[in-house]
Design a protein around this ligand. Structure first.
Ligand code: BJ8
Length: 427
C-alpha cells in the first residue's frame, strides 16, 4: 500500500472508457462510500483492507487484471452465482463479478431495453453503454446464463457489443436437471479451454475447488460472528465483504477475511459491537445487491437497527455451500460442482422452497427480530415469491416487512419511514 496517488487515466483511456463520465462515476461512488461507510462508529480494524480495496476499485485491481492479461492471462466476467468460478480458475483464468448496482446511462439503456426492466439489468447495460466499467472492458469473455427472462434477453443485446457466452440453466432441480447442468459445465470447460489455451486437469480443478472453498469458509467465519449480540460488524461492512469477494484476488482476500474473522470473534467474546446490545436485528432476503448498492442496509442501520444476515446472492447463497473436496477424478469433481451449484436457491427456479427454509433457519441462528423481503421493481420472480415468503416467515413467528425499490434515491425518505416504524414494532 503506497501513499503516493497513481494516475490511472492512461490505463482507463486504453480500455476505451469515457474518461469524463468515468471520473464523474468514481467521484460519486467515492463520495457515497465516504458518507456511508466511513461515518460508521466503532468499525473493526480489519475493515481497513476493504476500505483500501474500495479506494483502488478501478485502480490497483484493474492494473492487476491488466498485467495478468498482458502476461497472457484471460479474464472472465460473470453476472450470476451459478457460473462456477472454480472452472474459470482451473482453466487458468481469473473470474470477476461485474457490478450492476447503480443507475447509469439509463437514457441510452432505454433505447434498447423497456423502461420497466429491473434496475440490475438496466445497470448492467448502462455500465457497458456508458463506457464506465473497467472490469467489463478487461473481460476477454462475459458469461451469461438463462435465469430470468430479462437477463436472458439482455445478454443477447450485450453479446452484440462484447464476446459473450451463455450457459443454459435448468429451471427445476430434478436428477435429470442436475445431469443437464453437468453437461453444461462440460461445455463451459471446452469454451474456457479454447479461451485460455489451457486444459482443465483434475489437479488444477481440485486446487481451485479448495481455493474457492477457503474463500467461502473465511466468509462463513465473518458472518457467523454476526450471531453475537451486539454484532461485532455492521451489516453494511459484512455486505461489502461479499460484494468485494466477487472480484478481489482469491488467496489475498481469503487471508484478509480470516484476519477480519479473528478480530470479530475476539470482539464478540468481549461483547464489543457496532450497535448497542438489544438493537433490532434484521435479516434481509431477496434480490442481490451488487456494488455500489448499499441503500437498504444504510437505511436500516441509520434507523438504529443492525443487519445481521443476508439471504441473497450477495450473502449466504454465495458462501454457505461448499463443493465436496474428496473427489480425485475430473468426472467426480464435475458431479460435485453440478450438485453444489444447482443447490443455490434462486427465484428463477420452480419450486424454490429451499429459500424459505434458509430464511427460517437463518432467522433462528442469527436471533433476528424481523425479516425484510427486498425485491427490485420489475423483478417478477422475486416479487411473486414475496407474498409466500412473508406468510411462511410470519407464521413462524418472525415479523416481515416487504419492500420493493430500485437504485434511485427518490424513495429513501419513504422507505426510511417504513423501516423506522418496522424497527419500532419488532422491539
Ligand atoms: S442466482 S438472484 S444472481 S439470477 S433482480 S436480473 S432475477 S429481474 S439477479 Fe440473480 Fe443469479 Fe438468481 Fe442470484 Fe432478473 Fe430479478 Fe432483475 Fe435478478
Amino acid at each position: 500500500m503506497s501513499d503516493t496517488p497513481v494516475d490511472y487515466h492512461q490505463m482507463w483511456a486504453d480500455l476505451g472508457l469515457d474518461l469524463p463520465m468515468h471520473d464523474a462515476l468514481l467521484e460519486a461512488v467515492g463520495g457515497m462510500y465516504g458518507a456511508t461507510f466511513m461515518s460508521q462508529a466503532n468499525r473493526p480494524e480489519g475493515m481497513g483492507y476493504l476500505d483500501f480495496v474500495m479506494s483502488e476499485v478501478h485502480g490497483l485491481r484493474i492494473k492487476e487484471l491488466d498485467d495478468f492479461r498482458k502476461s497472457g492471462g484471460k479474464v472472465v466476467g460473470t453476472y450470476c452465482l451459478y457460473v462456477p468460478e472454480e472452472l474459470i480458475r482451473a482453466a487458468g483464468g481469473w473470474s470477476v463479478g461485474i457490478c450492476a448496482g447503480a443507475e447509469w446511462a439509463y437514457d441510452q439503456v432505454e433505447q434498447i431495453l423497456p423502461r420497466n426492466t429491473c434496475a440490475l439489468i438496466k445497470s448492467m447495460m448502462g455500465f457497458k453503454l456508458g463506457k464506465v466499467c473497467p472490469y467489463l472492458e478487461e473481460a476477454d469473455l462475459l458469461v451469461g446464463e438463462t435465469t430470468c427472462d430479462g437477463k436472458k434477453k439482455a445478454y443477447e443485446e450485450l453479446g452484440k457489443m462484447q464476446n459473450l457466452y451463455t450457459m443454459e440453466l435448468p429451471q427445476m432441480k430434478r436428477p435429470k436437471d442436475v445431469a443437464f447442468w453437468r453437461s453444461e459445465l462440460v461445455d463451459f470447460i471446452a469454451k474456457l479451454e479454447e479461451l485460455t489455451g489451457k486444459k482443465v486437469t483434475a489437479e488444477a480443478l481440485k486446487a481451485s475447488i479448495k481455493e474457492v472453498n477457503d474463500k467461502r469458509r473465511a466468509l462463513q467465519r465473518v458472518n457467523a460472528a454476526r450471531a453475537a449480540d451486539p454484532s461485532p460488524i455492521s451489516g453494511l461492512d459484512a455486505l461489502l465483504a461479499v460484494q468485494v469477494a466477487f472480484y478481489d484476488d482469491v488467496p489475498r482476500f481469503t487471508q484478509m477475511m480470516n484476519a477480519l474473522a479473528d478480530e470479530l470473534e475476539k470482539r464478540a467474546a468481549a461483547g464489543i459491537g457496532v450497535a448497542p446490545k438489544g438493537a433490532p436485528r434484521i435479516l434481509i432476503t431477496g434480490t442481490p445487491m451488487a456494488l455500489p448498492n448499499w441503500k437498504l442496509h444504510e437505511i436500516v442501520e441509520k434507523a438504529g437497527g443492525v443487519v445481521v444476515g443476508e439471504e441473497m446472492c450477495t450473502g449466504s447463497r454465495y458462501y454457505e455451500k461448499l463443493v465436496d473436496e474428496d473427489a480425485s477424478t475430473l468426472d467426480e469433481m464435475l458431479d460435485d460442482l453440478a450438485e453444489k451449484y444447482l443447490d443455490i436457491n434462486c427465484a428463477c427456479f420452480t419450486p424454490n422452497t429451499g429459500r424459505i427454509d434458509d430464511i427460517i433457519r437463518m432467522a433462528g441462528d442469527l436471533k433476528v427480530d424481523g425479516v425484510i423481503d427486498y425485491a427490485l421493481s420489475f423483478c417478477g420472480t422475486y416479487q411473486i415469491e414475496s407474498a409466500g415468503v412473508a406468510k411462511t416467515v410470519q407464521d413462524a413467528g418472525v415479523p416481515v416487512l416487504r419492500i420493493e425499490t430500485d437504485y434511485s434515491a427518490e424513495d429513501v425518505g419513504q422507505l426510511s419511514t417504513r423501516v423506522e416504524a418496522f424497527l419500532e414494532m419488532v422491539k
